[in-house]
Ligand binder design. Structure first.
Ligand code: C2E
Ligand code: MG
Ligand code: MG
Length: 654
């Protein structure tokens, strides 16, 4: 140790000793010397007294330390409890300066404790639903009146989460070292479970920008809230799931601006109807889907009444682009708890009920039932799968050859749609084509299948097979499209398939229902060289005189007449009559569904031009069709194939 350091230490020691001796002297002065025992020297008794005093002080110190550690323990428990709250908690002084916050509030505000301690409460919150400034709210609260109100956090601009703020006044407590101030607690509004009926139209929700209605996520929130309330109260919640019929077509045909106009007018209509029933929660779930929640206590009569009111008010036209437009809704209804135990089940079942009513033609409502028609549900699932299949181009053409009844050659083929479902195997086009029509998928699908047929046809032509027509089926729905002709031309041009090798088939009922469009389309197609055929002839209700009006090339006699043509004189007579009329009007005539040689001979004897049917081939895949075509010797020779090898290719039936 250095001299200086040693001197310093000695001095410090001396100072301390001096202090102790002063203290002792001071204590001695305070002590009552009359108590000093007899026979003891004054020095001895003073020492005794000082010792006792020291002991007492030590005990007091020990007690204080114990008390302090107990307080510290309590404080840390309190801190832990505050930190564990799911509410944000802050303490502010009367000048609204933040003195303390828990971590939950730090997270809510996105600031840490230090940053928050620089702020006043005014700088952090925006009061909603009140005009009072924070200062006067605090003043009132100081009068021991608790205050509650909704606020937004200014630091949470993006989320705009609404919080419920509760303010409690805290009186100064000197004993407990508590300063005067306010305890402020923040909780998310929904967690605070306000009455569902009171919040339908408020600014609590995120909104759809077009209609201004609460959006899907707000809807889910509100439905959950209502279901919770109903569960507690043992009451019911009603849900209406509303979808507009044919809205897609309006959008496609009249443009998205008109579609938007329709949606806004529908919103108003729904609001008026719901308000008239005292309901104020309507949401837009997606494009043309809306939902109305009937908060607890609700019931089947109230939901049915609202659905009926909406449907009847939709009977009046909307005014779109200064024109009257009729829109109809399909409404699915569910009630908690009978039709779904939780919000997502309620919504799913309401959606399914809506789809069922839509499949029956729409413009009606339907309550979900557990024992709802199984086939309807199956169709719903199938429709869903079909959407995926169409989007993923999983539907393709099979081809059925058409045979010339004089020389037995293949003169064409009919493209028939096939869908191989991953679980159900091949689904019949008689099932999925109507589904595609209902689901609004047929436009996309129908045109895609025409394109596929043109593409396959072009490839077969390149192989040398040239004398054939490719027949495609077009649904009535597709026929209503004004741009159908353009699409057909686009299919031809994009694939390079010649127009005069394409034949378009319509059923006669479809022709009659769309007479103006059809005549127009037929004329345009004929100008381009595209051929026209009437499918399933004899089953529709066309009068024979119509035949003259349609400049078609071919009539296809429906399979139902051919089936018993050799055993049923009536069917034989009809078949012969159709052939005779076709000949007189210079149409070609083809018989569908030829399965037996007897049927074939009958048709040959009666001068039918051509046929198709299982006798020759079922519809087969494009690859097999190609193989079948290659069996034509003239094609094979062009390709200089060895005939033996060529004939070994077996087309077979799929
Ligand atoms: P369709 O246009 O009258 O087609 C003929 C139907 O008869 C085909 O049924 C074919 O497989 C079947 N068929 C042919 N020969 C025989 C036979 O000898 N015996 C029996 N029992 N049946 C035979 P598929 O392929 O099931 O098609 C049924 C219907 O679905 C078609 O009747 C057509 O109306 C519709 N369809 C098929 N593909 C399409 C398409 O791409 N678009 C549209 N819009 N409709 C299609
Ligand atoms: Mg057909
Ligand atoms: Mg047919």
């Amino acid at each position: 140790m250095s001299d200086t350091a040693q001197t310093k230490q000695t001095t410090n020691q001396a100072d301390t000793e001096q202090q102790v001796s002063n203290t002792v002297a001071h204590s001695a002065q305070e002590i009552d010397l009359s108590d000093v025992g007899q026979g003891e020297t004054p020095e001895e008794s003073l020492e005794e007294i000082l010792l006792q005093e020291l002991l007492q002080k030590t005990t007091e110190l020990q007690q204080s330390t114990k008390k302090l550690s107990k307080l510290q323990h309590e404080l840390s428990i309190t801190r832990h409890i505050v930190a564990c709250q799911d509410k944000g908690i802050i303490f502010i002084n009367p000048s609204r300066k933040i003195l303390y916050t828990n971590t939950v509030f730090c997270d809510m505000a996105g600031l840490d404790l230090r940053e928050l301690q620089k702020e006043t409460l005014d700088a952090l919150i925006e009061l909603r639903d009140t005009d009072q400034p924070l200062s006067s709210i605090l003043q009132k609260t100081s009068g021991l009146e608790k205050w509650q109100g909704k606020i937004l956090l200014k630091t949470d601009q993006a989320n705009q989460t609404l919080y419920l703020l509760s303010i409690d006044y805290c009186k100064k407590n000197v004993k407990k070292s508590i300063p005067e101030g306010f305890v402020c607690q923040f909780s998310q509004v929904e967690e605070h479970a306000p009455s569902p009926s009171s919040i339908g139209s408020s600014a609590l929700f995120t909104h759809d920008s077009l209609t201004g209605l609460p959006d899907r996520s707000s809807f889910q929130h509100h439905l959950a809230l209502c279901v919770n309330q109903a569960r507690l109260a043992g009451s019911r919640v009603g849900l209406l799931y509303i979808d507009l019929d044919n809205f897609k077509r309006i959008n496609q045909m009249m443009g998205p601006a008109c579609g938007d106009d329709v949606l806004c007018q529908v919103t108003q209509l729904l609001q008026q109807n719901a308000n008239a029933e005292g309901i104020n929660f309507i949401a837009r779930l997606s494009s043309d889907e809306f939902a109305i929640i009937l908060p607890p206590p609700s019931g089947p009569e109230q939901t049915a009444k609202l659905a009926e009111r909406i449907i009847s008010n939709f009977q009046l036209p909307l005014n779109v682009n200064s024109r009257d437009m009729f829109i109809t809704p399909s409404i699915g209804i569910t009630l908690f708890p009978e039709d779904g135990d939780n919000p997502s089940e309620l919504l799913r079942n309401a959606d399914a009920a809506m789809e069922i009513i839509k499949a029956k033609g729409g413009n009606n409502s339907c309550r979900w039932q557990n024992d709802i028609d199984d086939t309807a549900i199956e169709n719903l699932h199938l429709e869903n799968d079909l959407r995926h299949a169409v989007a993923n181009h999983e539907i393709f053409n099979y081809y059925q050859p058409q045979i010339d009844l004089i020389n037995g050659k293949i003169i064409g083929m009919e493209a028939l749609a096939r869908w191989e479902h991953p679980e159900h195997g091949f689904v019949s086009p008689e099932v999925f084509i109507p589904l595609a029509v209902n689901a609004g998928l047929i436009d996309e699908l129908g045109i895609e299948l025409v394109r596929q047929a043109c593409e396959d046809g072009r490839q077969w032509m390149q192989l040398g097979f040239r004398n054939f027509v490719m027949a495609v089926n077009l649904s009535g729905r597709l026929l209503r499209r004004l741009d159908l002709f353009d699409h057909i031309i686009d299919c031809l041009e994009s694939t390079g398939f010649p127009a005069d090798h394409l034949e378009v088939e319509f059923t006669e009922s479809v022709l009659i229902e769309n007479i103006d469009n059809t005549i127009d389309l037929i004329n345009k197609c004929r100008e381009k060289g595209i051929k026209m055929a009437i499918d399933d002839f004899g089953t529709g209700y066309s009068s024979l005189s119509y035949l003259q009006r349609f400049a078609v090339d071919k009539i296809k006699i429906d399979r139902s007449f051919i089936m018993d043509v050799t055993t049923n004189p009536g069917d034989a007579a009809i078949t012969m009559a159709i052939i005779a009329i076709a000949k007189k009007l210079h149409f070609e005539v083809l018989a569908e569904g030829v399965e037996t040689e007897e049927q074939l001979f009958f048709l040959q004897d009666n001068q039918c031009d051509s046929c198709q049917g299982f006798l020759f081939s079922k519809p087969i895949s494009g690859q097999r069709m190609k193989n079948l075509l290659m069996r034509d010797a003239s094609v094979a020779l062009k390709h200089r194939r060895i005939l033996d090898k060529f004939y070994s290719i077996k087309a077979g039936n799929d």
